[in-house]
Design a binder for this molecule. Sequence first.
Ligand code: UDP
Length: 317
Amino acid sequence: MKLLVTGGAGYIGSVVSALLLESGHEVVVLDDLSTGHEDAVPEGARLVRGTLRDTAAEVLGGAGFDAVLHFAAKSLVGESVEKPGLYWDKNLGESLALLEAMRVAGVPRIVFSSTAAVYGEPESTPILETDPTRPTNPYGASKLAIDTTLTEYARLHGIGAVSLRYFNVAGAYGRQGERHDIETHLIPNVLKTAQGERDAVRLFGEDYPTPDGTCVRDYIHVADLGRAHLLALEAGAPGTHEIFNLGSGSGNSVLEVLEVCREVTGREIPAEIAPRRPGDPAVLVASSEKIRTRLGWKVERDLHTMVADAWTFLRSR
Ligand code: UDP
């Protein structure tokens, strides 16, 4: 297939681009390089530098693309609370520009990078796709608005859309890994501490209603996540919008993650208890039943592998 990957210079977009190329697809990456890195775009993909608003129509027009995989987004929860307008503009506004460009160019399919943040504070876990969506920040709200728009575009314009709602993505794949300038995620922060980049990792809260008092999350290896996109590409029937959670279906606490990082690195990794981070739910675990039964996807790499691959990647840089 001829595929456009928006945000293909970012962490997840670059891993998925690499997997698509390995499967024999033709890949064009569209990225404004605001947070992505030019050298993260895998060899064999063509990079077009630009925003969706300014360039999507030009890139897609008359070019015979079979599908779009849409990763380009702002994704920092804290920043979204400070600058909601930026998140509505970049996430929803630019996605609308992309969908319009797809409609005009007649591109039939889209796979969208959605998020568990659309669910907000869950009433129960594991979280099902049919559970209420009550995002607690503009990041999650803007992603949910895109999901809603996709439903409309599928209904009105016959596009085949699939949303994958990611839980906690970690690990690396070959030369592609996590390289955020502002790093908020647990595993890279712990590993950077192991490298001596920080004095101690801060553990946000030890009084949650969980077995060890720290938050529980559902970690998924970026390569397992990437494989789901290949399956999703085949699944988007015209006129339908399918939503799948994408997590492992089981959870690990912050302290368990720290322990695995200590094992993998063989380093002590100093840690200190810090106050709770505002807006962190105690437990976020996906039901991965739907994607397993409908797309035949399953987890192949465990937490230990995620940490080991992230560690190898970090040390290679
Ligand atoms: N966390 C932490 N210290 C850090 C980063 C994260 O204790 O430096 C905690 C955070 O409070 C949450 C979990 O680790 O409970 C996962 O956070 P992350 O930002 O990686 O992902 P999120 O679940 O917020 O998407």
